[in-house]
Each structure stands twice: as structure tokens, then as C-alpha cells.
Write a protein that binds this ligand. Structure first.
Ligand code: ADP
Ligand code: MG
Length: 314
């Protein structure tokens, strides 16, 4: 199987042309047609084996996660997913691996109506770089810079599940299956992102840990925030695995790979929103005069938490 067989067999089915995709995989460029009046939202994320996912991860989960982390960025901007490209580096063209990979990738792509429009295929250590393209009305974009004093700071879903699963794997233990699934197959909050348009003042997706990611919003907005640690939403599985307190909080505030949305909006918008999207939403704190982020426990005492999330080149 050469490069072109591989593309034809496993990847081209994820990008059948039609509608807003005028010309898909197979020419020098793809041709796409954005909705009239919309702007494009474009983002790239790479995944490297051994760094972003454990060596030997189920290929279907690799395909899923590579797209999920990119869709999460579109969600955080409030964009509708439309097209993506895939730069794929592989040690060898293994048909079983590729079939499973394409299945995981394709399942999530179809669920969000996003089509593969091109890419590049090379030989080397396993690595994937996806560029996703979405569209939205320019004034609808959810930036990091609009948080206002008094806004409720909110998150979707639960926090810390993936970080705990990763800790277990790194310690040579088997994580709870639910937590492993949260690490391998994050659910990008695309519908929530769309619903936040015109409601949230600022938003970000949580990839590197709450404290570090929220700090980006605070910096961009020129404000501070107070986070109440007891309010952080915890899954039943994480609650069983980690008692309340510092160990759990470390996963929840500094652990990465949540791929939930964190957003700032007037408190009274939250109930309407939660009704509209079928995702649990939790208020975890308040935007206050800056700078910086303060974490408090139930008694209001300041708790020192790890300063920031994962950083390359540190
Ligand atoms: P070129 O040599 O013109 O850059 P390539 O031979 O690299 O084109 O690729 C041929 C076609 O296959 C192009 O349309 C390209 O976008 C597509 N393609 C290559 N690799 C991938 C991939 N990993 N995923 C999706 N499409 C791909
Ligand atoms: Mg090329």
C-alpha cells in the first residue's frame, strides 16, 4: 500500500465533495465555499505519540482525540465546524491500524458534520497535525478578551477526569474505565459554543488545566477572578478515586486534557443556557478586579494551587 492507496482507502471517504465542499481530496488544493457573510475560524493542533497520547493507544481513540481537541478550539470560538486537513506522519502503513484510526476520526467527524479536505502523508514517528476550519458571523466570535467584573465564571461537564487517568497510567496503574474514556475520547462542546454566542463575554477551552487556561482569559480581559474550589464539578468516578482535598484539586485545576469550555457571562444567563444545551454547566467563581486568580475553600480561605498547567519548553 503506497501513500495514494492509503489516502484513497482510508481518508478520502471522510471528505466526499458536495455542498460547501466544491473540490475535495485529490487535487493540489481543496475548494470550499463559506456561507455568505461569515468569517472563517481556523486553528491547528498537533498530537505526538508519547507526549499527547500514551504509546500504544487504541488507534480509534487516536483518530477521535486528534479531531476532538481541534473541534474544542472551534467550540471555544463559537464556530460551526466545516472542514479540516490532516498532516499524518506514520512509521508504517498498517492497514488494521489505519482502518481503526479512520473509524475513530470518521465517527467524530460525521457527528459534527466536518469534512476532511486534504493533507499530507509522510513517514516518521507517529504524529498528527490537524487544521480545522469553521465559520461564524464576525460579531458572534467568543474571544478571550471580554470578561466583565461581576460575571459568573462557569465550566461545562466535570474537571480532572483525564488528568487522574493519565496519572494512573504514568504510575503503571489501570484507571477506572470511565476516566480512561475521558482521557481518550473527549467530547468537544460544539453545541455549547454555538449557544454561548451573544451570551458569553469571554470563553476558552480547557486543554492545559483550568488555572493556566483561565489566566489567559483574565490577562486578555484585564480582570481577575475568584474560584471556589468546592464548586468544581467532579464526576462520580473521580470522586471515588480521589478524596476531596488537595490531590483532587490538583487534578481539577492544574491537570490538562479536560476539553470542557470555561466561560464568563452574567449569572442570570446560566439557567436558560443549561436548559438549551444538554450539558451540565457549573458556576465555579466570579470575575473580580484584577489581576490574577485566587482560589478559596468553603471557609473562604485562600488555597495555594499549582500555578499553571502544562507548558512545552519549560
Ligand atoms: P501534492 O504533491 O500536490 O502536495 P499530495 O501528493 O501530497 O499532493 O497529496 C495528494 C492529495 O491527497 C491532495 O489533495 C492532498 O491534500 C491529499 N492528502 C495527502 N495526504 C493526506 C492526508 N493525510 N489526509 C487527507 N488528504 C491527504
Ligand atoms: Mg503535498
Amino acid at each position: 500500500m503506497d501513500e495514494f492507496d492509503l489516502i484513497r482507502r482510508f481518508l478520502a471517504p471522510l471528505g466526499v465533495a458536495g455542498g460547501d465542499l466544491l473540490l475535495g481530496i485529490g487535487d493540489d488544493c481543496a475548494l470550499v465555499q463559506p456561507p455568505p457573510g461569515d468569517v472563517l475560524a481556523i486553528s491547528t493542533d498537533s498530537l505526538i505519540e508519547g507526549r499527547h497520547f500514551p504509546v500504544g493507544t487504541d488507534p480509534a481513540a487516536v483518530g477521535w482525540k486528534a479531531l476532538a481537541v481541534n473541534l474544542s478550539d472551534l467550540a471555544a470560538m463559537g464556530a460551526t465546524p466545516r472542514w479540516f486537513t490532516l498532516a499524518l506522519t506514520l512509521e508504517r502503513a498498517d492497514a488494521d491500524w489505519l482502518a481503526a484510526f479512520a473509524h475513530g476520526l470518521g465517527t467524530l467527524a460525521r457527528a459534527h458534520g466536518i469534512r476532511l479536505i486534504g493533507g499530507d502523508t509522510t513517514r516518521g514517528p507517529l504524529q498528527l497535525t490537524l487544521t480545522v476550519i469553521g465559520s461564524l458571523p464576525a460579531e458572534g466570535a467568543l474571544r478571550r478578551s471580554g470578561a466583565q467584573l461581576g460575571d459568573a465564571v462557569c465550566v461545562s461537564g466535570t474537571l480532572g477526569d483525564a488528568a487522574h487517568a493519565l496519572n494512573c497510567l504514568q504510575a503503571g496503574q489501570h484507571p477506572d474505565p470511565f476516566l480512561r474514556e475521558r482521557l481518550d475520547r473527549p467530547q468537544p462542546r460544539v453545541a455549547l459554543g454555538l449557544a454561548l454566542r451573544g451570551r458569553a463575554h469571554a470563553a476558552i477551552d480547557l486543554s492545559d488545566g483550568l488555572v493556566g487556561d483561565l489566566q489567559h482569559v483574565l490577562d486578555a480581559s484585564g480582570v481577575g477572578a475568584m474560584i471556589e474550589l468546592e464548586r468544581l464539578p467532579v464526576s462520580p468516578a473521580l470522586a471515588r478515586a480521589r478524596p476531596p482535598g488537595e490531590g483532587r484539586w490538583a487534578c481539577q485545576v492544574a491537570g490538562g486534557d479536560d476539553y470542557e469550555l470555561c466561560f464568563c457571562l452574567p449569572e442570570d444567563e446560566l439557567a436558560v443556557l443549561a436548559e438549551q444545551v444538554q450539558v451540565p454547566l457549573t458556576r465555579i467563581g466570579t470575575v473580580v478586579a484584577g489581576p490574577g486568580l485566587r482560589c478559596v475553600d468553603a471557609s473562604g480561605a485562600t488555597i495555594e494551587v499549582p500555578h499553571h498547567g502544562y507548558r512545552h519548553f519549560e
